[in-house]
Design a protein around this ligand. Structure first.
Ligand SMILES: [Cu+2]
Length: 287
């Protein structure tokens, strides 16, 4: 029975390593997305992936090391020859009070590793979340406001002026604003910012391919910035179980060149300002 438990605990690290090894080939790893490989599609996303892989390496080595140590202890324990016997000749359980040195070591080493990770990730965290560290390009203001609600993403863009340039997005809705649902169009190839809100419960704004995830919290306006390197369509999902229709909050981010985005905004404005009444020229056709 002791041998069984020894083999049992040694089995799992082997399974874990094999699974990690074959996972990318089975598409059990990062979603392949438009990159086709699952690689992050934003510069900051690549650095987040580097952090992820570093932590994965540390936890893998710890997990395998711990299991091997456990297996070793069980194996050597099972073979002890100095076990004492009671009056009937049955083996007595062997007690130990442990090792003070070992306990000091396995307290200090994990603390040092955690401290190292905490300090090492600080710069990426700051660039991602601290407003003073946001890139220069996003200081001019957000391109859109995204409001999560059960169960969709409502998106508000500033309208265009008479020259076709976007107005400034105001904190409060303006008559000139433009709206879409589940269709977020932003500029590719440069850092862009959105304002994130929630109308009801807590949601989470998740762009898996760009490695962006931010909770949308009722009552807060949260600035989120990111940079989509490629002009293409990305998934926009809700990553917070927000109610029965959580699964329906699948939307898209269309990252496109600024010229294309302005054309799209013009079409949106024309569609939104269309009152349904035919123009004078069209009216004559009807008569
Ligand atoms: Cu949601």
């Amino acid at each position: 029975m002791k041998r069984f438990w020894c083999a049992f605990f040694m089995f799992w690290p082997i399974v874990a390593v094999i699974l990690c090894w074959i996972a990318p080939g089975q598409n059990w790893w990062f979603p392949r997305g438009p990159s086709g490989t699952g690689a992050a599609m934003s510069p900051l996303g690549e650095r987040i992936d580097d952090l992820f892989y570093m932590i994965l390496m540390i936890t893998s080595v710890t997990f395998v090391g711990t299991q091997v140590a456990l297996g070793y202890v069980l194996f050597t324990g099972a073979r002890r020859s100095d076990t004492s016997h009671d009056a009937e000749g049955a083996e007595k359980t062997w007690f130990t009070h442990g090792s003070h040195n070992l306990e000091v070591m396995w307290s200090i080493v994990p603390a040092a590793v955690l401290l190292f990770i905490a300090l090492y990730q600080m710069e990426v965290w700051a660039e991602y979340r601290v407003k003073d560290k946001f890139p220069e390009e996003v200081r001019k203001g957000p391109q859109a406001e995204v409001t999560a609600r059960q169960f969709e993403w409502r998106i508000r863009y500033p309208g265009l002026d008479e020259n076709g340039n976007p107005l400034e997005l105001m904190p409060d809705p303006q008559p000139t604003d433009l709206y879409t649902v589940n269709d977020l169009h932003l500029t590719s190839g440069e850092p862009v910012m959105i304002w994130l809100r929630s109308e009801d419960v807590q949601h989470s704004f998740f762009l898996p391919e760009l490695r962006v995830k931010q909770d949308a919290v009722p009552g807060l306006v949260i600035p989120v910035w990111f940079e989509a390197t490629k002009s293409t369509e990305y998934s926009l999902l809700c990553a917070e179980l927000c109610g029965w229709g959580h699964y329906k909050m699948k939307a898209r981010l269309v990252a496109e060149r600024e010229e294309d985005r302005l054309v799209w905004l013009q079409e949106l404005q024309a569609a939104q300002n269309d009152d349904g009444v035919p123009d004078a020229g069209d009216a004559s056709d009807d008569e």
